[in-house]
Design a binder for this molecule. Sequence first.
Ligand code: FES
Ligand code: FES
Length: 163
Amino acid sequence: MSKTHVKMTVNGKAVEALAEPRTLLIHFLREELNLTGPHIGCETSHCGACTVDIDGKSVKSCTVFVGQAEGADVTTIEGIAQPDGTLHAVQEAFRQHHGLQCGFCTPGMITRAWRLLQENPNPSEEEIRFGISGNLCRCTGYQNIVKAIQAAAEELSVKEAAE
Ligand code: FES
Ligand code: FES
């Protein structure tokens, strides 16, 4: 199949590349842009390891063709920390509350949690569990992931009140 130009914004930078339109976005991100934070777990839209943010929504990037992301604003786990490397409150909370073990699900889980807290800055435990239900973790039993997201929500609300 012939390649076409695709253009999008990824982690705040304009990106232009040649790609077959049927290339999955996760492959484009990992193989063309070297953004290997989003992982490939199932490649069949079940696990959420490939979760990225597209135009303000959490999306499993193994379910999107690169051509469908034309013109989109994409954020991956690499774009969530500050440019100077300071971790986002969600990342810091996962670190402090042991929200990961092997780490395979973590980039997708954090990217989803980051968006969840923008959709609902003060979620109940039930809303957190529902909000991350598209992201599977085979290690943690979810308890510390939920604690981390609750802690991040508190931290972000304290920061917002101080601003
Ligand atoms: S790799 Fe995309 S959902 Fe599992
Ligand atoms: S920390 Fe291992 S899959 Fe979630």
